[in-house]
Design a protein around this ligand. Sequence first.
Ligand code: FE2
Length: 177
Amino acid sequence: MAEIVLRKTNERIKGEENVKSFLEDQGVLYEHLDTNKLPENLQEKFILSDSEKEKILDVFDAEIRSLAQRHGYQRWDIVALSDATPNLDELLKKFQQVHVHTEDEVRIITAGKGIFTVKGSKDTGYFDIELVPGDVISVPVNTPHFFTLMENRRVVAVRLFIDAAGWVAHPYEDPDF
Ligand SMILES: [Fe+2]
């Protein structure tokens, strides 16, 4: 289950109901899936062959199609990041710039961990969503955010898109950040 850290106060929000209601108030879609149905060898694997990626998409096919149907996503793929990823440090530096997209940014974490830092309401300010396997998150369109890894520096996630143009990150200069 995801946990939230408010950057202004360092307050940590835990527990399914608290996390869900906080994210709902901020307009962030949050769901949680059962990753135990993923074959054990794929629950902790961060270098994936094409057939392993297909297998992960296959295991979560019903959940992916349900999300796609509810929110209009047209395509999906798998992204895997770890210390085996070429230029991981440079990639992370690039990732950690506040930006917006012209569509939601949706991820289903299937292994490892990740953080979305999102700009909340005026009172709330920026908050971190610490994601674990099974977490489904959708950062709303035009909401300033960035993604990074946690201390274990590895993640596997399903990405869902409406249109290829929605992948583009538009930098967002924010004096509040
Ligand atoms: Fe993004």
